[in-house]
Ligand binder design. Structure first.
Ligand code: ATP
Length: 446
């Protein structure tokens, strides 16, 4: 697949999808802001996940746990001791790299230079570097008040598992889902919003009987999550599973697969979601560290057990990037000299659903167009535009993925119809103005 990342970065800035954080101060390393169109796109991605994972199911409950948690949580989870990357510094290029990713070192990127062999490359011994951000709670900056910004949302679910169970009277198997910010002081962040220091996760923990059909649930969630990515419009050929090798697998994990997406260029296939069978590791550890029983009582069989957990963990930003990479295309337009840039986003996640244009700024066309835009706005985001040639207005909407453009022209006053132009086929149809909402609404549900 071609590398479209640089083009996307500039399109995203120019059209208000994504900006570098604190840009006027020179930017903050690998932290990004979502602009007017980006916030809509990412919100649509998150809403689709929430809809599929919480609203459409009676066996999954939603949660919004706090970012700041009791520091013991991160001892129990293993993050204080184990959430580390081996770090090396290079005295030549002054870069800082992960010892397991030395190919990133700039001074090694010349041909025929292999890690550690290049004469100008002087690497320090690897040091363990914890990826958690630390901060202080309360007025005193002493060690007793150190807290962490959560590096994943999952621990909030484990810690609240008993409270959710008791308040909802769910029975196993059931799940808890949440969307929220996570923070990691990544050593080698980059590739736009692919790997950042502040990001959003959408995680679901599914609690199952350890003596039951837990492997079947694991397979179920693998298939279900892959289906979700397909339904988001990501191309079949760009998606596949990657099974964790024995070395990649966490010591407590029984099985783990990543869903990978082909980002094109040198990045290629990369993880966007993890589906993990975590056994009873997390709840057992929290039981041990908190001293509180986290067992489940199964009435029908009169047994007590710590449930197994099947986890699905996906990055909202990474999936948003995948939808952009997947959607970006440059193409010729029949009968026109200038080509066009199109974001072929699934209509349901496009930030703007319809552009509304008066053909010219006279003969009552702007008034009619405003009325139509105001009516549609109550149902989905629309963009009114009366500036410049109609062709340019279409191009501006193509570039941000708007699936439909509605034009009010001379005929509108006569018969009450408008033209609907389809972003992908370029086909233009006349339909009655009072049917526009229904016609577009149906296409948005797909
Ligand atoms: P990687 O190996 O790419 O760092 P990971 O295996 O550490 O990822 P998990 O801990 O399994 O990732 O996190 C689950 C999901 O959260 C990932 O699939 C990814 O979509 C997202 N994610 C993790 N780290 C980042 C990050 N630094 N920036 C953006 N998204 C991230």
């Amino acid at each position: 697949q071609p590398d479209v990342m640089d083009k996307l970065v500039s399109l995203c800035k120019r059209r208000g999808f994504i900006f570098q954080s604190s840009e006027i101060y020179g930017g903050t390393g690998s932290v990004w802001d979502y602009g007017p169109l980006g916030v809509e796109l990412k919100k649509n991605v998150k809403d689709r996940w929430w809809h599929a994972m919480v609203r459409m199911r009676d066996d999954i409950e939603g949660l919004d746990a706090a970012i700041l948690m009791h520091p013991r949580v991160w001892e129990a989870s293993g993050h204080v001791a184990g959430f580390v990357d081996p770090l090396v510094d290079c005295k030549t290029c002054r870069g800082r790299f992960r010892a397991d990713k030395l190919e990133d070192a700039r001074c090694l990127q010349k041909p025929s230079k292999r890690p550690g062999e290049a004469e100008q490359c002087q690497l320090t011994e690897p040091r363990q570097f914890n990826l958690m951000f630390k901060t202080f709670m309360g007025a005193l900056e002493d060690s007793a008040s150190v807290v962490y910004l959560r590096p994943e949302t999952a621990q909030g679910i484990y810690v609240d598992y008993k409270l959710v169970l008791e308040s909802t009277r769910q029975k196993i198997p059931f799940g808890i889902a949440q969307i929220g910010k996570a923070f990691r002081n990544e050593i080698t962040p980059g590739n736009f919003i692919f790997r950042t220091r502040e990001f959003e996760q959408m995680e679901m923990q599914f609690f199952v009987d350890p003596d039951g059909d837990h492997m079947q649930w694991f397979e179920y969630w693998k298939a279900e999550r892959m289906r979700w990515h397909h339904a988001l419009g990501l191309a079949d050929a760009r998606l596949h599973f990657h099974q964790h090798t024995a070395e990649e697998l966490a010591h407590y994990a029984r099985a783990a697969f990543d869903i990978q997406f082909d980002f094109g260029g040198t990045l290629g296939f990369q993880e966007i979601e993890g589906v993990h069978h975590r056994g009873d590791f997390d709840l057992t550890r929290h039981q041990e560290y908190s001293g509180k029983k986290l067992e489940y009582f199964d009435q029908p069989t009169n047994r007590r057990f710590v449930p197994y957990v099947i986890e699905t963990s996906v990055g909202a930003d990474r999936v948003t990037l995948a939808t952009l990479v997947n959607a970006y295309r440059e193409e010729e337009v029949p009968g026109e000299q200038e080509g066009r840039v199109v974001l072929g986003l699934l209509p349901a996640i496009a930030p703007i659903k319809a552009g509304v244009f008066p053909l010219v700024k006279k003969d009552g066309m702007p008034e009619t167009a405003h009325r139509l835009a105001d009516d549609l706005r109550r149902h989905f985001p629309v963009f009114y535009d009366d500036s410049g040639a109609i062709g340019r207005r279409y191009r501006r909407q193509d570039e941000v993925g708007t699936p439909f453009c509605l034009t009010i022209d001379g005929q509108t006053a006569e018969d009450g119809t408008v033209t609907v132009r389809d972003r992908d086929t370029l086909q233009q149809d006349r339909i009655a103005m009072d049917r526009v909402r229904e016609v577009i609404g149906a296409r948005l549900e797909a």
